[in-house]
Design a protein around this ligand. Structure first.
Ligand code: ADP
Ligand code: MG
Length: 488
């Protein structure tokens, strides 16, 4: 049983060499524990966990990444955070030294926790074995270089995905995308709300392709990563490498959260050409997004149309039976004793997000373990009561409208009206954002509550405010002030 939200970081292999380096290795663990709390589990699992700390020699931290891609991504995005945390912990500035990646060395045992597709065994040898079967499709691009290793979460497989009516089509479409070669449906576009298993399915496809066609080069990337890599390629004058990675060096392209490309015209343009090159070459493309192609605003029509060329598979929130099955599976995997009534209680309380469902179970188990109690229904009720209702009763859309109208000195009727003047449109967008964040209303319900607007209008307003909040401290102040009024 795991007793904290970030316990897996304790699995990170550290080979301490002396008492001093023992202390240093603990500092590394503590730094990672803190970082794990700041990142999504997915990002942590993918980019931090695979980094192996081989020891800390004075101020020199020796790390090894499973492959150059993970290393590059780690250095680009997480190295500074790790160094800052280490400094915070030890008071000393450290330098990182990366040892050559295993892929550049003679074959050797990999750390158990490194996520890797089954194709890795042969990827470690640069020379194909004589006994290797020829790839079924000679047209497939093949070089003596090993296929790149995508960083896939080993827990996200088809075996661990519970299928039910709400996700059956997405499950079947994903399975077909991994199995059929050349592709039967291209692209496969999986869409659905947050925490409904899109990323899980995408990783599952990656694993199955690697298993079925080890010679295939799989590229798994989020929309955001694609953009960052593209920007990096422009800055470092390495567009040629970027293109050959994505166009020639890719047999299956898996792009998560493609809605991120909305509004990023340059990246969209590049993605358009990538898409065409792969599609023309009959390489499988699988995309996920939090909405359907026609609901993604600020995306070029030519891309939107292409997204809908193949098979569109929607994921809805899981039915009660599926939620219970997911809880049972998670409990078994984590060694948690979960009684039927407790499973029903959690499954009835959390309906629309599997991540929250799993989070509630883990929290419950952590509290039970810390307080030495069994997870009874009463214990579950007491423990989860507060956290299962993160949106207090008194935050209704009405309350949001009232609070926002009075804060910006506009009328509630104006917020509900179609008027587009910016004195009204801005408060309305903020109200939509707050209503989405602090009530449990769906986008269509919110559309109705805002005077009969289309749900995509709400969705776009919520996204825009969310994006602007990252860069505009002034707007952050407004939203914080409104939240303190709403939530007091
Ligand atoms: P999304 O990408 O749609 O936001 P994720 O794929 O990250 O959602 O899923 C969130 C969590 O819920 C993950 O831990 C995933 O394994 C789990 N999950 C979602 N749907 C299912 C399912 N049908 N069966 C098992 N686990 C699921
Ligand atoms: Mg996801």
């Amino acid at each position: 049983m795991r007793a904290s939200t970030v316990p897996e970081s304790s699995n990170i292999p550290v080979q301490a060499r002396s008492a001093d380096s023992d202390a240093a290795a603990s500092a590394w663990h503590r730094a990672l524990d803190r970082i794990a709390r700041k990142l999504t589990p997915q990002n942590f699992d993918m980019w931090i966990r695979p980094i192996e700390c081989l020891g800390i020699d004075g101020r020199r931290v020796q790390l090894r990444a499973p492959n150059s891609y993970v290393r590059w991504w780690f250095e680009l995005n997480y190295l500074q955070i790790v160094l800052a945390e280490l400094q915070e912990d030890t008071g000393a500035e450290h330098q990182v030294h990366f040892l050559p990646e295993p892929e550049a060395q003679a074959p050797q045992a990999e750390p158990a926790e490194v996520p890797k597709p089954p194709s890795d065994a042969r990827a470690e040898s640069h020379e194909p074995h004589a006994s290797e079967p020829e790839p079924a499709d000679k047209g497939s691009i093949r070089s003596v270089e090993p296929p790149p290793k995508p960083a896939l979460n080993p827990r996200y497989t088809f075996e661990t995905f519970i299928a039910g009516p709400s996700n059956q089509l997405a499950y079947a479409a994903s399975h077909a995308a991994a199995s059929a070669y050349p592709p039967k449906y291209n692209p496969v576009f999986i869409c659905g709300g947050v925490g409904l298993g899109k990323t899980h399915l995408l990783h599952a496809i990656g694993h199955l392709v690697a298993q079925k066609r080890p010679e295939h080069r799989i590229r798994y990337v989020s929309g955001e990563q694609f953009m960052n890599e593209y920007v990096h390629a422009i800055r470092s004058n390495s567009m040629h490498d970027f293109r050959s990675r994505y166009r020639d060096g890719c047999d299956a392209l898996l792009v998560d959260d493609v809605q991120f490309l909305a509004g990023k015209d340059g990246t969209q343009d590049e993605f358009f050409h990538t898409f065409n090159a792969l599609h023309d070459a009959h390489r499988q493309i699988v995309l996920t997004a939090d909405r359907k192609p026609h609901e993604i605003s600020d995306i070029a029509d030519r891309l939107r149309t292409r997204f809908a060329w193949g098979l569109l598979a929607d994921i809805d929130p899981p039915e009660l039976e599926v939620r219970v099955a997911i809880l049972r599976q998670k409990a078994t995997a984590e060694g948690i004793a979960l009684a039927d009534d407790v499973a029903m209680y959690i499954a009835n309380a959390i309906k629309s997000n599997v991540r929250e469902l799993e989070g509630a179970l883990i929290r419950l188990a952590a509290y039970a373990s810390l307080s030495g109690q069994h997870i009874t229904l009463d214990f579950a009720r007491q423990t989860l009561e507060g956290s299962l209702a993160p949106h207090p009763e008194h935050v209704s859309v009405e309350r949001v409208l009232r609070t926002v109208a009075s804060y910006y000195n506009v009328k509630i009727a104006d917020l509900r009206s179609p008027r587009r003047h910016k004195n009204i449109a801005h408060p309305r967008a903020v109200a939509m954002y707050l209503a989405r964040s602090h009530t449990r209303e769906s986008y269509p319900d919110l559309g109705r509550a805002f005077g009969g607007k289309h749900h995509t209008t709400v969705l776009n307003a919520v996204d825009k405010i969310g994006n602007r909040l990252r860069n505009e401290p002034g707007l952050r102040g407004e939203v914080r002030a409104l939240e303190s009024l709403l939530l007091r």
